[in-house]
Design a protein around this ligand. Structure first.
Ligand SMILES: Nc1ncnc2c1ncn2[C@@H]1O[C@H](COP(=O)(O)OP(=O)(O)OP(=O)(O)O)[C@@H](O)[C@H]1O
Ligand SMILES: [Mg+2]
Length: 227
């Protein structure tokens, strides 16, 4: 069984009488352990697609199933639970809380999910070379470190799938490489399933698969031979 099933997905935005058709009949499956990139030009619908398949946005038509659960049918409470426990998110702008330290930013995600485990938080911070900065606030460390902290936060509840929207979009090339290597590590060592929107074709080398979107439609769905 595929981890994520997307069938005939349609997404329109409606503003008054204006209907914008953004996603047009999109279908694909994601298998456990896939590291899939979504590429396409600006405005093609990448973020909308990521938000629809991760349950952040309501879909207009079609089916999105995570672990055989139809996201369109589940109740708000169950969706919130799923988002806390089964899904990790990493955004371009890191989205760390500025008044919390790096440690606390990770801890709060596990506290909300009801399973704070100090040792695991410290262990992960160490794996991502953040341990000595754990008591720093986000604005006291580099963008690359903030994004690595966001990766640790996304990972802390051991999600089945991690969604990332242009996680290297704000980073210089050295930090981008580090962050991409962190994702590759998650994929290879923890066998995490990752779906990532990216502008950089250079990043494709870290993935085992990509889809290309033009104007809300999939025009390529390619499995890469070796990672
Ligand atoms: N809330 C909204 N209401 C109306 N139209 C929207 C809304 N959000 C996105 N769109 C439109 O949907 C289309 C796709 O937007 P989306 O943000 O998914 O593109 P993208 O591929 O992620 O672009 P970028 O590479 O610039 O991030 C665009 O034409 C955008 O204007
Ligand atoms: Mg986008």
């Amino acid at each position: 069984m595929s981890l994520l099933v997307v069938q005939n997905l349609i997404k329109n935005y409606t503003n008054g009488t204006l209907v914008t058709e953004v996603l047009k009949d999109i279908s694909f499956n994601i298998e456990e352990g896939d590291f899939m990139m979504i590429i396409g030009s600006s405005g093609s619908g990448k973020t909308t697609l990521l938000n629809c398949i991760s349950g952040l946005e309501k879909i207009t038509g079609g089916i999105v199933k995570l672990n055989d659960k139809n996201l369109a049918n589940i109740k708000e409470k169950e969706m919130a639970h799923l988002r806390r426990k089964n899904i990790g998110f990493v955004f371009q702008a890191y989205n760390l809380l500025p008044n919390l330290t790096l440690y606390e930013n990770v801890a709060i995600a596990s506290i909300i999910a009801g399973n704070e485990n100090k040792d695991r938080i410290l262990e992960l911070l160490e794996k991502f070379n953040l341990l000595e900065f754990k008591d720093y606030f986000p604005d006291q460390v580099s963008g690359g470190m903030q994004q690595r902290c966001a990766i640790v936060r996304s990972l802390i509840n051991d999600p089945e799938i991690i969604f990332a929207d242009e996680p290297t979009g704000n980073l210089d090339s050295v930090s981008s490489k580090e962050v991409m290597e962190n994702f590759a590590f998650l994929h290879k060592t923890y066998n995490k399933t990752i779906v990532m929107v990216t502008h950089s074709l250079d990043n494709l080398k870290y993935a085992n698969r990509y889809i290309r979107i033009i104007d809300g439609k999939i025009v390529e769905d390619i499995r890469l031979l070796d990672e």
